[in-house]
Design a protein around this ligand. Structure first.
Ligand SMILES: [Zn+2]
Length: 270
């Protein structure tokens, strides 16, 4: 990833996606916004208890900074599922100013319609962007432990195959900043589900302690899922940046141990 200071904001970009002029994408950070602690300062989430006026000012500032109109931002009401929604032209801009209008009950969105900026909001969950330059289709998803075990990343690829005729070999993926295996401690109830889904916990759960707790490597779990879906390893760029380890740059639910804001990851066909 590369990090750029644009105006007051710090924005991150995936190098593999920057090579394609016909799309725009971004990963926002928490700096340069209007919100007060614990949402300080570029909180993009309207659903986390922050002053909505500040959130809208933050969203407008981000939109202007990256050159994507706010009414192109199409936002999901995320529920930690494996659900993927195909976004048609008429859903463009849903949720950009009102949370109740966001795309309901989905954790991934795909489209081939230009000028729809598929946007996911996170604070530790693994956000992922997808682009198929052959079929000109895009996707976005997020995966915490629940979404990872429900195969939301795999489902996103499958939906692109079905809806747009995408071939996984052509799809570029960016795996964004999220909680790393250094910080993501989980209990035995999660570990046993990891073992069920992946047929092993080896490599997925590290540093397991006597109390039955261990650290879940969401990055590896989602990488393996994408490879299983047929994505070429050389087309996957991983941020490898832990949100909990970088609380000045990213919102982290685990680090803040309470209310926090959300940063965003988005992609649009121009
Ligand atoms: Zn960490």
């Amino acid at each position: 990833m590369i990090e750029k200071k644009i105006g007051l904001l710090t924005i991150l970009f995936f190098e593999n996606l920057l090579r394609h002029q016909e799309i725009k994408h971004f990963v926002s950070t928490r700096t340069g916004g209007f919100s007060k602690y614990p949402y300080f300062s570029l909180n993009l989430g309207l659903h986390v208890g922050d002053d909505p006026e500040n959130v809208l000012k933050n969203r407008r500032r981000l939109a202007t900074t990256i050159g994507i109109p706010l009414n192109h931002f199409t936002i999901a009401r995320q529920i930690h599922s494996g659900n993927v929604t195909i976004i048609p032209e008429e859903s463009k801009g849903k949720g950009c100013t009102h949370h109740r209008e966001a795309i309901n009950e989905t954790d991934a969105m795909v489209t081939n319609v230009p000028d729809i900026c598929l946007t996911i909001l996170v604070a530790d969950c693994v956000p992922m962007l997808f682009y198929d330059p052959v079929k000109k289709a895009i996707g976005v998803c997020h995966a915490g432990w629940k979404g990872t075990l429900k195969s939301v990343a795999l489902n996103t690829v499958k939906t692109m195959e079905k809806a747009f005729g995408s071939s996984p070999r052509d799809i570029m993926v960016g795996i964004g900043p999220s909680i790393g295996p250094c910080c993501y401690k989980v209990g035995p109830e999660v570990i046993s589900q990891v073992e069920n889904v992946f047929q092993t916990k080896k490599g997925y759960i590290i540093n397991e302690a006597k109390d039955g707790k261990g650290y879940f490597d969401l990055w590896k779990a989602n990488l393996e899922q994408l490879l299983h879906a047929g994505i070429d390893r050389k087309n996957i760029e991983m941020a490898m940046r832990c949100t909990s380890h970088n609380p000045d740059l990213f919102f982290s639910y685990r680090h803040q141990k309470a209310d926090t804001g959300r940063f965003g990851i988005g992609i649009t066909i121009c």
